[in-house]
Design a protein around this ligand. Structure first.
Ligand SMILES: Cc1cc2nc3c(=O)[nH]c(=O)nc-3n(C[C@H](O)[C@H](O)[C@H](O)COP(=O)(O)O)c2cc1C
Length: 171
């Protein structure tokens, strides 16, 4: 079984337990490393050509506008195919209820037929939100596997929980 992780994570200011903090390593980035260590996986990072503002309050407005416009922001690099993989983990933050629009830019380009996708969402209270539902459409042909919501503030300490979940997901 070959595994792939597609992740998006934003370093910089973020909302953590009710106040704005500066994160040197993003929460979804922690989760990605934990999954990779547990089950072994190639990793692809989704990253936008135009960076989001590091200021949290500015970034949430940028993200809100993109969501409203159903934007598909341009990426620095694109993954062409997931043909070589059996399990694909998709890991990213909850932005206004779903993954950032950049995830859709990438995922809508791929053919997931015959693949199983598992979702991890980092969040500050909204949990999985609309991710599993909207991802069904974005990941064409995919079999939907397991989903996990991780509270962002706990992400750096979630190794045991994430690894147990990932091992089960690929079984
Ligand atoms: C633009 C933006 C929108 C967000 N919207 C939500 C939200 O609707 N619900 C929620 O629980 N958390 C929301 N958050 C908080 C993030 O989901 C949370 O901090 C997450 O752990 C960030 O993961 P990352 O560090 O990998 O980017 C938002 C954060 C940002 C920057």
């Amino acid at each position: 079984m070959k595994n792939l992780i597609i992740f998006y994570s934003r370093r910089g200011q973020n909302y953590v337990n009710g106040s704005v903090k500066n994160l040197e390593k993003g929460n979804a980035e922690y989760i990605t490393a934990f999954i990779k260590e547990a089950v072994g996986a190639d990793v692809f990072e989704v990253d936008t050509v135009k960076p989001y503002d590091t200021d949290y309050m500015v970034c949430i407005e940028e993200a809100k506008a993109e969501l409203k416009d159903k934007a598909r922001p341009e990426l620095k690099e694109y993954l062409d195919s997931v043909e070589d993989y059996d399990n694909i983990f998709i890991v990213g933050p909850n932005w206004w209820g779903i993954y950032p629009m950049a995830m859709y830019t990438q995922l809508e380009k791929l053919d997931f037929s015959g693949k199983t996708v598992h979702f991890v969402v980092t969040h500050e209270g909204s949990g999985l939100g609309g991710v599993p539902k909207t991802m069904k459409d974005a990941c064409k042909g995919a079999k939907i596997g397991k989903s996990l919501a991780v509270h962002g503030a706990s992400a750096p300490n979630s190794k045991a929980q994430v690894q147990k979940w990932a091992e089960k997901a690929v079984k």
